[in-house]
Design a protein around this ligand. Sequence first.
Ligand SMILES: Cc1cc2nc3c(=O)[nH]c(=O)nc-3n(C[C@H](O)[C@H](O)[C@H](O)COP(=O)(O)O)c2cc1C
Length: 337
Amino acid sequence: MTIDLSTTYLGLELKNPFVPSSSPLSKQLDTARALEDHGAAAIVMYSLFEEEIEAEEGVAQRLQNQDIGHGEAASYLPVHDDLPGHREKYLEQLRRLKEVLEIPVIASLNGVSPGGWVRHAKALEQAGADALELNVYYVAANIEEDGAAVERRVIETLTQLRKQVRLPLSVKLSPQFSAIGNLVRQIEAAGADGVALFNRFYQPDIDTDDLELDQTLHLSTSADSLLAMRWIAILHGRVGLSLAATGGVHTAEDAIKLLLCGADVTYLCSSLLSAGPGRLDEIHAGVLAWLDEHEYESVAQLKGSLSQKNSPDPGAYERGNYIRLLSSYRVPQSLWR
Ligand SMILES: Cc1cc2nc3c(=O)[nH]c(=O)nc-3n(C[C@H](O)[C@H](O)[C@H](O)COP(=O)(O)O)c2cc1C
């Protein structure tokens, strides 16, 4: 029996649900090509950050305004317009990825200002992106600002983008919103085609020897996938947009669980960074073997069969088992005697 792994994400027909998510792996053409050769169904590019473009424009402006007082020497100053800027480099990389890859290329943007989101999104559209992921990575550290204001900004940005950009749009959210389900619903109503749940917040640590902040980036483990599992399960069948699961997909089993919950695609990042492109082959083969063993004919048949709506124990995705779980924990007595 041939098993059909195909899936649809953001309106794109994909050959399987395994998609390398936004990471430095899309910065090199050969690593991107290796991902395609190992079966990636699409690729999400690293993000274009508006604040980096702004910082660069600020430097250019200062250089242009600078009068060093020696007419001739001033001409030795770098002419910034001739240098490929941050945004140009990104657009060039997008064009090159589109040239060398056959799989869809999803651009990723992290904007700051409403005008910036729209301006850069249009440039990404013109450069040939197949879709655009909005990386709304934001730490609500301003304690004067309430949660509703943060949500409103996401929705307003999206509404503006939807008016001006025809590309399929997805929103990559952090898990730190108070009512994720309702926010996703608002995101759908504002015209998004999908959401990616969830971006990881990188947490600063403290080095107790040097009394300094330690900014090491730690990769995920499979345990991290449980966060997306719950929310994908709750949302499947209740919203119409595509659902990407991101965070902690390291094995075929992780991917199967997320598909059972209702993910349309499973994103891979830490697993590929730590294990290389061969991890895609392992996950692909593992998912096929599991589907075969459990007599599924397709990913479509599997998708969402254990979502909250379809689960024999829907309460497990909510608070249902909370008290039972806590009280069923057995303290190892041997440690306390
Ligand atoms: C080194 C590194 C770079 C990343 N860069 C981006 C980025 O530019 N934009 C983005 O939206 N996510 C970025 N991510 C987040 C990943 O795409 C992914 O959502 C997150 O790491 C959780 O998935 P994982 O457990 O498979 O790593 C990055 C992650 C890592 C580890």
